[in-house]
Write a protein that binds this ligand. Structure first.
Ligand code: UD1
Ligand code: MG
Length: 452
């Protein structure tokens, strides 16, 4: 692209009532990211690009999500929902600054790509006042129809205002438009609400452009890219399209997947080289998997970093804040949360490791549990490098197991164990005696502590 400046306005003021949800529509996730974040990620970025998001009056959370996805985003509130053109004008101050290209996109079309925005901008360089993204709809019902004569776009007709002949048109408005930024405000301000719904339709811009003797063109794309999400069914369809894309990108990048159609990825998952993912793995947001790591079947991983040549599962659950060092091994039925496991650590079977730091090459035996919660707060467990924790041990946090220490099977460790010491403890003595008393008192006073 040249050095043309751009302003992208994302319309996200709708309630999305058809989602039947208390959550605003654009905050629903596809591949672990909100619809809005997907659109923001595709919009032009960099020093020549600015961004505005139009939100509804009670949409604090949408404004916050916009800032999270793009800290450079300005947000504008559309107080009344009077139509798409009215929504655009909520960002009038940003438009008035006069970028070369004004791009308008809906917040509920998460499959749009950055390349399509660039294709749409190209005709503006050639002097067109407006470029509209169109697609051939399998079923055009509900979409605005593009009325064309040869190459020329004459008008867009909304479903409610179409003639029977116009209703047969399958070339539809995707909802993404690019205006010559210096003419946009003039054009959009001329739009009125003289239609059956009494709404200010952005789509009327086409006829106005024509009346002014300016050029309007259509750029076509695939229906898959411009699917608008209005219902939970459409959200699930978009998820399928997105998963297919993510799996293909992962395979293209060299990830080995035996049954890619059973693996769920997040939009931000990153892979090193020679990563293997076995069937039926679910990866949520914030996951990185380094070179040579293997994720075995039926594992569930969210916000975790997996080191080189590490091995996870089958049937492992890695919760937020888990970090595995090089060659670390998490076996079956192991859950980890806020846990750093340094290189070569083994937790092979049936364990819970939470709020814990484990030094290099420590071995955590089957059935080991870090008891991190005492009914009130969470506590840390520190396990030194090279320590050996025997099977079925409970490590009652806060507690430190020294480097190279040896914990006998079935121990309940309630006190710190020095480096290289050997501890075999099965007493009832506990560093939680105070806590236990407090817990009982609370209960007798009818105050249940919160769940762990
Ligand atoms: C719109 C287009 C239609 C196109 C279709 C593609 C118009 C008039 N119609 O119809 O030609 O084929 O999208 O999916 O533009 N919004 C606001 N404030 C408003 C009204 C809408 O922010 O006052 C936002 C909504 O949140 C949504 C977007 O604009 O993100 C589109 O609105 P929607 O009501 O879904 O328009 P459609 O009827 O789908
Ligand atoms: Mg819509």
């Amino acid at each position: 692209m040249t050095h043309r400046t751009s302003l992208t306005i994302v319309l996200a003021a709708g309630e999305g009532t058809r989602m039947r949800s208390a959550t605003p529509k654009v905050l629903h996730p596809v591949a672990g990211q909100s619809l809005l974040t997907h659109v923001l990620a595709a919009a032009p970025k960099g020093s020549t690009a600015s961004l505005a998001v139009v939100v509804g009056p009670d949409h604090q959370a949408v404004a916050q999500e916009a800032k999270r996805g793009r800290p450079d985003a300005a947000t504008f509130v559309q107080r009344e929902r009077l139509g798409t053109a009215h929504a655009v004008l909520a960002a009038r101050d940003a438009i008035a600054r006069g970028a070369d290209d004004l791009l308008i996109v809906f917040g509920d079309t998460p499959l749009i790509s950055a390349a399509t925005f660039e294709r749409l901008r190209a005709p503006l360089k050639g002097g067109a006042a407006l470029a509209v993204l169109g697609f051939r709809a399998a079923d055009p019902t509900g979409y605005g129809r593009l009325v064309v004569k040869g190459e020329r776009l004459l008008a867009i007709r909304e479903q409610a205002d179409t003639s029977p002949a116009e209703r047969t048109i399958t070339l539809c408005n995707a909802g993404v438009m690019a205006f010559d930024g210096r003419k946009a405000l003039d054009i959009i301000e001329k739009i009125d609400n003289a239609n059956s719904k009494r709404e200010y339709y952005l789509t009327d811009a086409v006829a106005i452009v024509r009346k002014l003797g300016l050029e309007a063109v259509v750029i076509e794309t695939s229906e898959d890219e411009v699917r608008g999400i209005n219902t939970k069914g459409q959200l699930a369809e978009a998820e399928q399209v997105m998963q297919a894309r993510l799996r293909k990108a992962a395979l293209d990048a060299g990830v080995t997947m035996i049954a890619p159609e059973t693996v769920y990825l997040a939009a931000d998952t990153t892979f090193g080289t020679d990563v293997t993912i076995e069937p039926f793995v679910v990866i949520g947001p914030g996951v990185s998997i380094a070179d040579g790591a293997v994720i075995h079947s039926f594992s569930h991983i969210v916000q975790a970093s997996i080191g080189k040549n590490a091995s996870v599962g089958p049937y492992a659950r890695l919760r937020p804040g888990t970090s595995l060092g090089e060659g670390a091994k998490i076996g079956n039925f192991v859950e980890a949360k806020a846990a750093t496991l340094e290189a070569g650590v083994k937790v092979n079977h049936l364990s819970y490791v939470g709020d814990t730091h484990v030094g290099a090459n420590a071995n955590i035996g089957a059935g080991t549990i870090t008891c991190n919660y005492d009914g009130f707060g969470k506590h840390k467990t520190e396990i030194g490098a090279g320590a050996f924790v025997g099977t079925n041990s409970s490590l009652v946090a806060p507690v430190k197991i020294g480097r190279g220490a040896y914990i006998g099977s079935g121990s309940v460790i309630t006190r710190d164990v020095p480096d290289d010491a050997m501890a075999v403890e099965r007493s009832q003595q506990t560093n939680r005696e105070g806590g236990a008393k407090r817990y009982r008192e609370m209960k007798t006073r009818g105050k249940a502590p919160k769940d762990g």
